[in-house]
Design a protein around this ligand. Structure first.
Ligand code: ADP
Ligand code: MG
Length: 800
């Protein structure tokens, strides 16, 4: 059946296509096969076909059916075709019918065969076209492939040239690498050499290492020895600390002994006063007894005189009596004479008798009196004797008492001397401690209650009496709560101006020694700042710190003259109000109608502040007064007080809103030792620190409020910045701090008085002041330094 299929004409497009796609060679082969198949193969079918032809007569019906099929799809082999062509009628010569049938059959078959041929031809034409097409396409393909081939060749050529290039480059590289390799080999050789040397150096290094290890061991030993010394040093430090604590305890004991001495002094003073009282009472007694003795003597004398008088009187009376008696006799004679003649004389007589009787009575009474007087005289004599005795006794006692008093006085003087020495020592030690600590010192002073103050609703300030805070502590009570504070010293209202001055006199003294000293008074208005600083210079007891300091400086400078020191002093006094400077010592001050106007604006004076390289401050146009006597000082202070008081009457408000700065520049030269010192003493009465309500303040008032707040806050800013050792200290933020810049730095001595009012209505402000002062008290602003040089070329005093 396979061969049949091969020779079957194309019937469907798909089959045709299959053939079209076939190779033309295959097609040829199939034709051959067709030929061969006709000759040799498909015997089965051939046989059937021939049998079908041969057995036509035998099975006509079957053949008919087969012909019906063959008309459609019968295929012919070569043999069959030849058989058909060569076929001869087998019928009998005259069997026309059979001949006809056979011819018809043969015809039919021929027709079929022709049909098949035609079909085959058609197929062949188609195949030919197909083959032609395929040939064309194959040719095209061939051309394409050739083109491709050419392209590929070109590509390959390009690749080859590339490869050649790369080859050349690779060769270059190779040569380079070869040279590198050579280099590397050389380097390797040199490395090997280096290695050899390195090994050598390693050996030497190991030696070094050993040495270093030895060194380390030695260093360790040294470290151990250092440790030992460190330990010893620590022990030494410990011992120093112990020594220090011992010194502190010594200081404490000195203080305690001082206190004891003070107590002893007090008891001695009490004793002395009691003894004095006793002595004076004894003296009084003595004088009394002397007086009584004198009285008695006088009395005796008077009594004697009286007695004499009385005796005389008695004599007189006796004489009188005798006279009377004689008179009576005469009268009785006369009576007798005139008895009868004068009845009137009876009455006279009666009178006379009565007189005589009364005289007799007086006489007897006088006699009695005389007796009493004599008795009294005896008693007085006795008393006199007694008084003489007691007087001598009293005298002895008095002498004894006098001696004891003398003894006690000597002891007292001794003790007082010791006390003063001890006190001086204490102050010096305290001073040294504070100098070492570098603190800014803060003293607190509470003024007494004034009549104007509010009713005493109970004390708001109290002073702790414990030993460690005695004289240093102050407790403020607000709304039942107690706020304790401790300062370097607390002065209660009983402290006098002298008591306060004694505490700062050391500081004043250091201005003479070449230190820069600043003393501030801080507190609300009415708390006693001006009283503390200036006081009342006209009243000896109420002089403030400024007059007292000046007096002390003069006295000390005079006593230092003996050691070759010569001092020159210059004073200036200014006021800063609303950041403008007013000269308080200016002689042509304009006591003008408008005191609120800055003076500088009136007089055209500038008052600019400048500091020179030596830390001296100059204020241009400021009056500088050379002072050399105390009288000059007092007139100066009077002038300043007047300047301020002129201001005060006119700007009552302002005086509490301005800072007053008194400056004394002291320049000392020692001719003998060629030493030179330059000290400055600044005493500052600050503006009232009360918090001013900003609400409602406008215009000048607002400006003033801002100026005060600014200058006081910049003062505290400066102090706190110094304490924190900040790089930038805002000295320039206010006139006051800028003016005091050299005196506020680390090498000056600064003291702040915080003045407190005990008035219960001021307790809020007092608390603020004390809190601020406590913060200041905690500050360390450096260690004071004395400005002392050997005589410099320019010994001129700086001004301001
Ligand atoms: P401030 O200058 O702080 O405004 P003052 O110095 O003017 O205060 O003092 C107010 C009042 O209190 C003055 O009348 C002053 O005499 C009086 N005063 C202040 N301190 C004392 C004191 N320690 N002893 C007696 N009176 C004082
Ligand atoms: Mg004042």
């Amino acid at each position: 059946m396979a061969s049949r299929n091969q020779n079957r004409p194309p019937r469907s497009p798909s089959t045709r296509k299959e053939i079209g796609d076939e190779n033309p060679l295959d097609k040829r082969r199939r034709l051959g096969a067709v030929g061969r198949g006709v000759g040799a193969t498909a015997t089965g079918r051939t046989r059937r076909a021939f049998s079908a032809v041969n057995n036509l007569q035998d099975a006509t019906t079957a053949a008919n059916a087969e012909v019906g099929n063959a008309e459609e799809c019968h295929e012919f082999t070569k043999e069959e075709v030849e058989a058909i062509l060569n076929e001869r009628p087998k019928a009998k010569k005259f069997d026309l019918k059979a001949k006809y049938e056979h011819a018809a059959e043969h015809n039919k078959r021929l027709k079929l065969c022709v049909k098949w041929f035609q079909q085959c031809d058609e197929n062949h034409v188609l195949d030919k076209e197909k083959l032609k097409n395929s040939l064309e396409s194959a040719e095209k393909k061939c051309i394409d492939t050739e083109l491709e081939k050419k392209n590929k060749e070109e590509e390959l050529n390009a690749v080859i040239s590339e490869l050649r290039d790369s080859n050349a480059s690779l060769q270059d590289k190779l040569s380079k690498e070869v040279s590198e390799k050579l280099d590397a080999i050389n380097r390797h050789k040199s490395e090997i050499e280096a290695r050899v040397t390195a090994e050598k150096s390693v050996a030497s290094l190991t030696e070094d290492l050993q040495k270093a290890q030895q060194d380390i061991a030695a260093a360790n030993e040294r470290a151990a020895s250092l440790d030992n010394t460190h330990k010893r040093l620590q022990e030494y430090i410990l011992s120093l600390q112990q020594y220090n604590s011992k010194l502190i305890t010594d200081l404490e004991t000195v203080r305690e002994s001082l206190k004891r001495v003070e107590k002893e002094k007090l008891t001695i003073v009490e004793n002395l006063s009691s003894l004095r009282g006793h002595c004076s009472s004894l003296q009084e007694q003595l004088t009394l007894s002397r007086a009584s003795q004198d009285d008695a003597v006088n009395q005796k004398e008077t009594l004697v005189n009286e007695v004499k008088c009385l005796r005389g009187e008695l004599q007189q009376v006796r004489d009188d009596r005798e006279h009377q008696v004689s008179k009576v006799q005469a009268l009785s004679a006369e009576i007798v004479k005139f008895k009868e003649s004068t009845g009137r004389s009876f009455a006279e007589l009666d009178n006379l008798t009565m007189k005589s009787k009364s005289l007799e009575e007086t006489c007897s009474s006088q006699r009695e009196q005389l007796r009493i007087l004599e008795l009294q005289l005896a008693a007085a004599n006795e008393k006199l004797k007694m008084a003489d005795l007691s007087a001598s006794e009293t005298r002895v006692e008095y002498l004894e008492q006098k001696r004891t008093i003398q003894e006690l006085q000597d002891r007292l003087a001794d003790m007082e001397h010791k006390l003063i020495e001890g006190e001086n020592l204490r102050k010096k030690l305290h001073n040294t401690i504070l100098e070492l600590k570098g603190n800014i010192r803060v003293f607190c002073r509470v003024r007494p209650l004034l009549p104007d103050d509010g009713a005493a609703e109970g004390a708001v300030v109290s002073y702790p009496t414990s030993t460690e805070s005695l004289g240093r502590g102050i407790d403020l009570i607000q709304n039942g709560q107690k706020y304790p504070f401790t300062f370097d010293k607390v002065f209660n209202p009983e402290a006098s101006q002298q008591d306060v001055f004694v505490e700062i006199s050391q500081l004043v003294q250091s201005a003479l020694d070449g230190y820069k000293v600043c003393i501030f008074a801080y507190g609300q208005t009415g708390s006693g700042k001006t009283y503390t600083m200036m006081g009342r210079p006209e009243a000896q007891e109420q002089k403030g710190l400024i007059p007292r300091s000046l007096e002390q400086i003069f006295q000390s400078s005079q006593s230092l003259q003996a050691q070759g020191w010569k001092y020159k002093m210059q004073a200036s006094m200014l006021e800063i109000y609303n950041e403008t400077i007013r000269d308080l010592l200016s002689t042509n001050r304009s006591i003008g109608s408008d005191p609120t106007r800055a003076e500088s604006a009136v007089s055209g004076k500038q008052y600019t502040i400048k500091h020179d390289a030596n830390g001296n401050t100059h204020v241009s146009d400021l009056t500088i007064v050379d002072v050399s006597t105390i009288t000059e000082i007092s007139s100066l202070l009077r002038q300043a007080a007047q300047s301020r008081s002129v201001g005060r009457t006119q700007m009552n408000e302002q005086s509490s809103r301005s800072h007053m700065v008194f400056t004394l520049r002291i320049s000392g030269i020692n001719e003998g030792t060629e030493q030179q010192v330059q000290g400055v003493l600044n005493l500052i009465d600050l503006a009232g620190s009360e918090r001013l309500s900003k609400s409602g303040a406008t215009g000048d008032r607002l400006k003033e409020t801002q100026a005060i707040n600014k200058s006081l806050s910049s003062l505290s800013d400066v102090i706190f910045a110094l304490a924190k050792k900040e790089d930038h200290v805002p000295f320039r933020n206010s006139k006051l701090t800028y003016l005091l810049q050299p005196c506020l730095g680390g090498d000056s001595k600064t003291l702040m008085f915080v003045n407190v009012s005990p008035d219960p209505s001021s307790v809020g402000e007092s608390l603020c002041s004390l809190r601020f002062a406590a913060r200041v008290n905690a500050c360390e602003i450096g260690v004071p330094r004395r400005q002392m040089t050997l005589r410099a070329a320019d010994s001129r005093l700086s001004c301001g």
